[in-house]
Design a protein around this ligand. Sequence first.
Ligand SMILES: Nc1ncnc2c1ncn2[C@@H]1O[C@H](COP(=O)(O)OP(=O)(O)OP(=O)(O)O)[C@@H](O)[C@H]1O
Length: 333
Amino acid sequence: MTTTTELPTLPAGTAVNVRGLTKTFGGFTAVDHIDLDVPRGQIFGFLGPNGSGKTTTIRMLTGTLRPTAGRVRVLGEDVVRHSRRVAPRIGYMSQKFALFEDLTVEQNLRFYAGVYQLPADRFLEQRDYVLQMADLVGREKELTRNLSVGWRQRLALGTATIHDPELLFLDEPTSGVDPVARRQFWDLLYELAGRGVTLFVTTHYMDEAAYCDRLAFIYRGRLIADGSPAELRAGHGRPIFDVTLTDVDAALSWLEAEDWVDDAYLSGATLHAVLPRDSAVTGKQLLERLAGVGFADAAVTPVEPSIEDVFVNLVTAEERAGGPAAVSGPARA
Ligand SMILES: Nc1ncnc2c1ncn2[C@@H]1O[C@H](COP(=O)(O)OP(=O)(O)OP(=O)(O)O)[C@@H](O)[C@H]1O
């Protein structure tokens, strides 16, 4: 049942404050007692694999889905009780880009300005800003259906910000676009953050984590860590070696079976071998052991943990501790 008691006062600098947020669909728990605090003016990255509960969380934060339990406060308002007060102050760019294909770029912007009841003069001001910010100047009259995915993504950002929101939720905004367009899109997000907009961004691209001020990891509906990228990396605390060689699959199997190796997995084209926190095994010894079992062409380099390493480590720990059985739940109702 949703809590309806008055909530205690929050520090002024908090954009999102969530306690015990839970959503169940039938017998399946998609979001499981999440606590979150997002400071104003920050880029907050909400990371997790497909089906981990990111969209369900965002929908509860934006007031479009009622929580099964828990408290949600956005910009100081209780979203469950006062979603109408919050709506004009937030923007939401959904995973599927809610754009009208048969309308032009400008008509889409005008439509969303209408949804937010922007006065005509304010619309003109905001339209000019959004077109310039999203680099859409000159494309005002183009039909949305004729735009490439990258341009649609920019237009979707434009429609989500046409009313100049204080807080913007972006659900996998860079999904399905090439790495160059992804990088350029992040530049747009930095521009918005530079104007003081708080950004809550979900992604399953681990490299995008580095662009965020603060991160939270969700896995199977549960929050398994949060902190700044530096804090999360420092918390990893175990030696990692990058292993390059020809027979990656065989080396992976061998490393996984060795009891002096904590974890081994593919990281891009190379292998990462994670040793226990108190391991005395050096890179040179690891190389010798690999050579000793026939991996003669192996090269070993010590590396600092990336955010992906941190996430793999957390997921492994969660699984060893016996988390819920399946990442995917039932089909959507
Ligand atoms: N309306 C619904 N009815 C039943 N199950 C649902 C519903 N919405 C979401 N789910 C399930 O809840 C789980 C979390 O889904 P959610 O969309 O929040 O994940 P996600 O992390 O956003 O992943 P993706 O990026 O793939 O959308 C999934 O197992 C999904 O199938």
